[in-house]
Design a protein around this ligand. Structure first.
Ligand SMILES: [Zn+2]
Ligand SMILES: [Zn+2]
Ligand SMILES: [Zn+2]
Length: 128
């Protein structure tokens, strides 16, 4: 895992940190500059250290071409497969709700009354 790189001003004070992989400066939504005290700098460091790191496996994830904003391609793919498997398993016992087309919400963005917001109705055994 690439570590963060500190950005030091000419007087030797650490003002900010940047990601050691893509060199993005971890600003954390804070204005960095003369007011970058220790607290702001350490927030910047945390941001820079987690910049190119996958939130699932902690491995560094290349910024370019990644599928998910927070995860590496490997974890994003794993999640996609898991979701697909879960969906396939669910379809054995459930049907997608026809009322909301599996959305779980009605036209007013409230829980669909036909499926209770899950997007699924049990096969051969619903209220209808
Ligand atoms: Zn980065
Ligand atoms: Zn990962
Ligand atoms: Zn529904």
């Amino acid at each position: 895992m690439a570590s963060a790189i500190q950005l030091v001003d000419p007087s030797g004070v650490v003002r900010a940190w940047m990601c050691g992989t893509c060199f993005h400066v971890g600003a954390a939504g804070t204005y960095l500059g003369k007011n970058a005290d220790e607290r702001i700098a350490s927030a910047s460091k945390m941001r820079a250290e987690s910049c190119c790191v996958c939130t699932s496996c902690g491995k560094s994830r290349p910024r370019e071409g990644r599928v998910s904003f927070l995860e590496c391609a490997e974890c994003a793919e794993k999640r996609r497969l898991a979701e697909e498997a879960e969906r396939a398993a669910k379809m054995l016992t459930h049907d997608q709700c026809a009322e909301c087309e599996g959305d779980g919400t009605d036209l007013d963005y409230e829980d669909c009354t036909a499926c209770g917001g899950s997007g699924w109705v049990a096969k051969n055994g619903g209220a209808k």
